[in-house]
Ligand binder design. Structure first.
Ligand code: ARG
Length: 459
């Protein structure tokens, strides 16, 4: 039975009921709806709508209901209620009879659903922050173990300058640090309670909304009631946080797919996160990485979808807003799964350090070093750049690395190139010189790892 039957002479069409009902997805808000209802019971008691004894009965029944559903929210799906708010109220009436019908005094499902979503979003932020921290810890651990693993760094997917696998790991650590920070910001902004805004114009009962907000774990109550019931910025912000973070995870996955390819062969992904081909027995496919990359699309889709849904809505509540749920439920579940699987991907990764070193030595990744060498000899950088470019063309034609050219060969390009050039062209020198903050110098990377470990509270 719906909560609003009085005005209607005909039952809802079954097809419409299915179209309109949200219980099949908003059952996930059960605990938030019950917690909000306990808060609301206390609030209406504080203004004399229910007496002390009635409050005690409502709180006991709601607490009991909470304990019943918490182990398995999905049991709610067996029922036919319109939405989670109706379901909780109907269960309450089953438990305490007519007293249950008093709970909705002064409240609307509009401020109720706004509250439930905020409580749910807040809880999700905490879970996601934990997941991000775990993945960061895994990245730092992997970095620590691969500080000497020299590999080529790329721009335009062309070998550019040597880096280390540790430096690569720490780049993703930084991205996740920003993802974490965005959640911190979003949490702060969503930490205000809309409960007590009524349907749109405010509640007609003089409750202390700030006290109610604090009782529900918020910093304070929201301001304008029209905004309170129609604001879904917190959902959008979380979807934006998820989307940006998925960009990072997708790039991480893509890098690993390249590193794991037969062409690069820098890393070997573990059997635990790869799958075979049904036809080609030799294959070991990087499915986990591909799915992280692939799932990015649906997270972006949820953000774009909700932005589009909200953009034309007149104030205040409109049923369109029910469409905020499936997208965010799916997007945050997907994001979290991708964070977790990324940690698993790193767990057993094997880096072939001989292969990465060999690749770092090829591709003229030390050409910048030769240019800097000439600069140190007083040649302007632009000129040095040109000279080295010619030397590279020559070296390619001879199928030789730069460091394999003799002094006589170097002399064709500039007389300033002397015996002291050879140590400069070594991988060690390339790495060692990049010693300003954030560079690939081994000490700088070790410092970055130490700072990260301290931040994450790792011993
Ligand atoms: N299921 C609804 C939603 O998610 C709850 C609010 C219903 N409010 C209303 N006025 N019909 O948005």
């Amino acid at each position: 039975m719906a909560l609003w039957g009085g005005r209607f002479q005909q039952p809802a069409d079954q097809q419409f009921k299915y179209f309109n009902d949200s219980l099949r997805f908003d059952y996930r808000l059960a605990l938030q709806d019950i917690d909000g209802s306990i808060g609301w019971a206390k609030a209406i008691h504080s203004v004399g709508v229910i007496n002390h004894d009635e409050l005690a009965q409502l709180v006991t029944a709601l607490t009991q209901l909470r304990d019943e559903v918490e182990p398995n929210l999905a049991i709610i799906l067996q029922d036919q209620a319109e939405d989670i708010h109706s379901w909780v109220e109907l269960q309450l009436i089953k438990k305490v009879g007519d007293l249950g019908k008093k709970l909705h005094t002064g409240r609307s499902r509009n401020d109720q659903v706004a509250l439930d979503m905020k409580l749910w979003c807040k809880a999700q932020v905490r879970l996601l922050q934990g997941a991000i921290r775990d993945l960061q810890a895994k990245l730092v651990e992997t970095a620590e173990a691969h500080q000497l693993a020299v590999m080529p760094g790329y721009t335009h997917l062309q070998r550019a300058q040597p880096i280390t696998f540790a430096h690569w790991c720490m780049a993703y650590y930084e991205m996740l640090e920003r993802d974490h920070g965005r959640l911190v910001d979003a949490y702060q902004r969503m930490n205000t309670s809309p409960l007590g805004s009524g349907a749109l114009a405010g509640t007609a009962y003089g409750i202390d909304r700030d006290a109610l907000a604090r009782d529900l774990g918020f910093e304070c109550a929201t301001g304008n009631s029209l905004d309170s019931v129609s604001d879904r910025d917190h959902v959008l912000e979380l979807l934006a946080c998820a989307s940006i973070s998925m960009v990072h995870l997708s790039r991480f996955a893509e890098d690993l797919i390249i590193f794991n390819s037969g062409e690069a062969h820098f890393v070997e992904l573990s059997d635990r996160v790869t799958s075979g081909s049904s036809l080609m027995p030799q294959k070991k496919n990087p499915d986990a990485c591909e799915l992280v990359r692939g799932k990015t699309g649906r997270v972006f889709g949820a953000l774009t979808g909700l932005l589009t849904t909200l953009k034309g809505l007149p104030l205040a509540y409109n049923k369109d807003m029910q469409e905020d749920k499936e997208g965010i439920f799916d997007a945050l579940e997907t994001w979290q799964a991708c964070i977790n699987i990324s940690g698993l991907i790193l767990t057993d990764i094997k880096v072939d350090t001989e292969r990465t070193k060999e690749a770092a030595q090829q591709g003229y990744a030390n050409a910048t070093e030769l240019a800097d060498y000439l600069v140190a000899k007083g040649i302007p950088f632009r000129e040095a750049h040109h000279i080295v470019g010619e030397a590279v063309v020559y070296a390619i034609s001879q199928k030789k690395a730069l460091e394999a050219l003799s002094l006589a060969e170097f002399a064709q390009f500039h007389s300033a190139i002397q015996e002291d050039v050879y140590p400069i062209l070594s991988l060690d020198s390339c790495l060692g010189k990049r010693c300003a903050k954030g560079g690939v110098n081994l000490d700088r990377v070790a410092e970055a790892i130490a700072t990260a470990k301290e931040k994450l509270g790792l011993g």
